[in-house]
Design a protein around this ligand. Structure first.
Ligand code: 13P
Length: 441
């Protein structure tokens, strides 16, 4: 349980202020103390009640009476305890670190295949396949059953349907993937919605309500990591949108960790627009500064998370596009300025880049040692050629799986900085752009 001495209490602010400040430190995933528990604690001295909401109110009174020096000493001790709690005493430390270790082996990345059923349907429709449960099952089974995929994709992010889905031969998707060396992950956000109070068209990400119960169940079902994606525009974004994105991600992360799931932190900075790479850089740094601070406020264990940023690139409609070297220079510079080395992994999204472009950029990002495992968590940039090769036909399944393996292998090499486009023999389809304006995941 995190300690609850806040700077507000140390400064002797009002009881209301202290209570509000405490709210920011309620152990994520836990509800505020129940009335009964709170009233039991109300009669105790402030020191004993230091981990409750009622303490926050009592503390402001106690601070005024006992003097700032004593409180400051108590505050310093409590701060030390809180910092220690983050790593050494986290209840799920072992399982979180074991998952991170497995997913960040050299050459490994993630396959993102957590499109909602609606988005999956659009992808299927693009190759003339009807969006039925059976066809989603056939498609996802093709992906997860690709022999050897686990060598390059240590995990796959699933949509909820897939986590509970059978395979066509009556086994389960979870068994199919784990037998293939792929750890199940799960998308837990429930999608984007207009941010009231923000600018027109700005979104916020839903899914915190009931999340703790869901993440406990997902863990039981075999999931070991999770994803939450929210979006920020480069031009025309509000501070509110950034604060809300950071709050959602940090609270989600803390809840996931309490259930033993490694959270993937994905504030996607959208490719849509004419903005320059310098504009993207400024927003990237602003967003990650806020997300990192908010995660610290929620006592997220940084060793047990994975980040999923977009690369720092110009907008898709910008006249000046950037080379992989420039993308790498901007992206790594920004990451080094914002992300602590305690974070184990940066698993990029592809965001509408072509398959080859996403591989080339990842390769450029790994030309010198990084403080984190820098890898891929691509959806479109892993699936595109495979989907087109398959086109819903059983007779194409083996050829489609071969394409997926090749793509995953190319990204695996890029993770180690060893992808060579001259010898890669890329498919023409792999250079196709997959950018879709206002893409919904
Ligand atoms: P893309 O690689 O298609 O951007 O998707 C990754 C993802 O998981 C987005 O949430």
């Amino acid at each position: 349980m995190p300690s609850k001495v806040t700077s507000a209490a140390l400064l002797g602010v009002s009881a209301y202020g202290a209570a509000k400040a405490f709210d920011a430190f309620v152990a994520p995933g836990q509800t505020r103390p129940q009335t009964e528990r709170a009233s039991q604690l109300r009669g105790r001295p402030a020191e004993q009640a230091a981990d409750t909401h009622s303490w926050a109110i009592g503390a402001a009174v106690a601070v005024a009476g006992a003097g700032l020096a004593r409180s400051a000493k108590r505050g310093a001790q409590a701060k030390t305890e809180r910092a220690a709690t983050a790593l050494h005493a986290h209840a799920k430390k072992d399982v979180l670190l074991a998952t991170v270790k497995a997913l960040t082996q050299p050459g490994k990345g993630l396959l993102a295949m957590d499109e909602s059923n609606k988005t999956c349907g659009l992808r299927l429709a693009s190759v003339g396949v009807e969006n039925t449960e059976l066809n989603r099952m056939r498609w996802r089974e093709l992906l997860l059953g690709t022999k050897g995929l686990g060598q390059y994709c240590g995990g796959a992010i699933l949509f909820e349907e897939t986590l509970y889905q059978a395979t066509t031969n009556g086994s389960t998707m979870v068994k199919l993937m784990t037998d293939n060396g792929i750890i199940p992950g799960i998308k837990v956000d429930t999608g984007l919605c207009q941010l009231e109070g923000g600018l027109p068209g700005e979104m916020w990400c839903m899914g915190l309500s009931g999340l703790k119960e869901r993440t406990d169940k997902f863990f039981e079902q075999g999931a070991r990591f999770a994803k939450w994606r929210t979006t920020i525009r480069v031009r025309n974004h509000s501070q509110l949108a950034i604060a809300e994105a950071a709050h959602g991600l940090a609270h989600y992360a803390s809840i996931c960790q309490s259930s033993g799931l490694v959270p993937i932190i994905e504030p996607e900075i959208l490719l849509d627009g004419e903005h320059t790479i310098d504009e993207t850089l400024a927003v990237f740094e602003e967003v990650w500064a806020t997300v990192v601070k908010t995660m610290a406020d929620f006592h997220v264990m940084f060793e047990g998370i994975m980040l999923k940023p977009s690369m720092v690139t110009p907008g898709k409609e910008c006249k000046d596009q950037a080379t992989p070297e420039k993308v790498a220079e901007y992206t790594l510079g920004a990451l080094k300025r914002r992300i602590p080395p305690a974070v184990p992994a940066i698993m990029f999204l592809s965001g509408g880049q072509s398959e080859v472009e996403a591989t080339l950029n990842l390769n450029a990002l790994n030309q010198s040692p990084n403080p984190w495992h820098v890898s891929f968590s691509y959806a479109r940039a892993l699936q595109n050629t495979t989907l087109k090769t398959w086109a819903g036909k059983d007779e194409n399944k083996a050829a489609a799986q071969a394409k997926l393996l090749l793509r995953a292998q190319a990204n695996s090499k890029a993770q180690m900085g060893k992808y060579d486009p001259a010898t890669a023999q890329e498919d023409a389809m792999a250079t196709e752009q997959m950018y879709v304006k206002n893409y919904v995941y």
